[in-house]
Design a protein around this ligand. Structure first.
Ligand code: UD1
Length: 419
């Protein structure tokens, strides 16, 4: 199993280019199943999650080609509408093929999803949407089966603005008869990117990016070309790494509007953040000030940036409180940070972080994707050497984290351990 070795490093300096968004591209790949044609997706990040989604589409009968940047999906000959356990259990987002399969073939059978162990992560809201559109749903033996003679538009209120449920329902609704309204919809930028892709295909999706999305069903969609938005979480991770190491980093290929909470919190802790047309420059501060963070659906502070900020606040001059409201189990990396000398106490949904001067290098384990990245950047400011294990989590969502950090001056390498 491979692992990452990080040594205490000098302040990070230079420019890092952000890749296309993982969370935007996964639903877009699922949406290519909607059309009897060849879709071309550009700026696709070279990630394990992308290859898992591509494998799933291949299993269903699509031809998928990828050159590290452009992904071409030929979905003209879909042979199967059943997604098996061995593919779906690798990644929760696989469940997103249900909406598009149901829309195009009126039937889908998908294994219950896996993914990061950051909470129970049910799919009840996805199913509530499909049912409201007239689908009959049966859950049995770890599979969810949905059938509909014809999906019809409906008004769907989401009890929580779930990103995945909003996306899945949007995909199911594009060809349904009449109008589907999603209320309390997720407002994340990735929802807007999916809506833009669907609209290019000929769909009528209005209101994406607000909490009410209206989808008017259309008869026909056609295959198109689309460029994915930059990854706001990857950007935020490098911004925090710059701040933690008291560095000076230009984070290139960022849509500023997407990272407002990250910018605001970095300014609160004392960093200088310059906004440029295509990116942000983050200049660290000698004294990181404490702050309080509460994760919320967009446009609130993203749960996917929580672990990285926690790592940084371990070095702040005082006490910070981090409250996690989106996932119930997202403090799993706390014991790992404590192994590195952090002073953190968990109290229900909150973590109280008492900053200290130094962390110490140790052997730690990535418990999920973002927590793994947080441990790597903690290693940059920990005395000695940090070894991060279970890095397959990190490789699900960061393109060349080791290479990008080392080009900024980090002392970091990946070691392939022979078994
Ligand atoms: C997506 C992102 C993930 C991010 C999360 C929240 C992708 C591929 N992943 O995950 O990186 O951390 O949004 O911003 O885009 N819930 C239900 N019932 C459901 C669905 C969700 O109760 O049917 C709950 C979940 O348990 C969780 C909350 O809603 O507590 C948010 O989940 P959701 O927004 O659906 O996250 P994902 O789409 O899985």
């Amino acid at each position: 199993m491979a692992y990452i070795v990080v040594k205490e490093s000098k302040p990070l300096r230079g420019t890092v280019r952000i890749s296309g968004s993982k969370n935007a591209v996964l639903p877009i790949i699922a949406a290519t199943l909607l059309v009897d044609g060849v879709s071309v997706i550009k700026s696709v990040p070279d990630l394990r999650d992308v290859s898992v989604m591509s494998d799933l589409l291949r299993y269903l009968g699509a031809k998928v080609e990828y050159d590290g940047e452009t992904l071409i999906v030929d979905a003209r000959e879909i042979k199967d509408t059943e997604a098996p356990y061995n593919l779906v259990n690798k990644m929760r987002a696989s469940f997103l093929v249900m909406g598009s399969l149901l829309s195009r073939f009126n039937t889908a059978k998908i294994s219950m999803p896996g993914g990061c162990a950051i909470g129970t992560r049910p799919i009840d809201l996805h199913l509530k949407g499909f049912r409201a559109m007239g689908a009959e749903i049966v859950s049995d033996h770890g599979y969810v089966e949905a059938h509909a003679e014809k999906l019809s538009g409906s008004k769907i209120y989401l009890d929580f603005p779930s990103v995945g449920a909003t996306e899945n329902i949007m995909m199911a609704a594009v060809r349904a008869e009449g109008i589907t309204t999603i209320e309390n919809a997720a407002e994340e930028p990735e929802i807007v990117d999916l809506a833009n892709f669907l609209n290019k295909m000929g769909a009528k999706v209005r209101g994406a990016g607000t909490n009410t999305i209206k989808i008017t069903g259309v008869e026909k969609l056609e295959a198109v070309e689309h460029t994915v938005i930059p990854d706001r979480i990857e950007a935020g991770t490098y911004m925090v790494a710059a701040a933690m190491t008291k560095g000076d980093v230009f984070v290139d290929n960022v849509i500023i509007d997407h990272i407002k909470p990250v910018v605001a919190k970095l300014i609160e802790v004392g960093c200088t953040v310059e906004e440029h047309e295509n990116g942000v420059r983050v200049i660290g501060t000698d004294k990181i000030m404490p702050t309080n963070i509460k994760t919320l659906p967009h446009p609130g502070f993203p749960t996917d940036m929580q672990s990285q900020f926690m790592a940084m606040l371990c070095m702040a001059e005082g006490k910070s409180t981090i409250t996690e409201t989106v996932f119930e189990n997202r403090f799993m990396n706390v014991p790992e940070l404590i192994r590195m000398g952090a002073n953190i106490e968990i109290n229900g949904k909150s973590a109280i972080v008492e900053g200290r001067d130094k962390l110490t290098g140790s052997e730690v384990m990535a418990t999920d994707l973002r927590a793994g990245a947080a441990l790597v950047i903690s290693g940059l400011v920990a005395e000695g050497e940090t070894i991060v294990k279970n890095i397959y989590h990190i490789e699900r969502g960061y393109v060349d984290l080791v290479g990008k950090l080392s080009r900024l001056g980090a002392e970091i390498c990946k070691v392939e351990e022979s078994v």
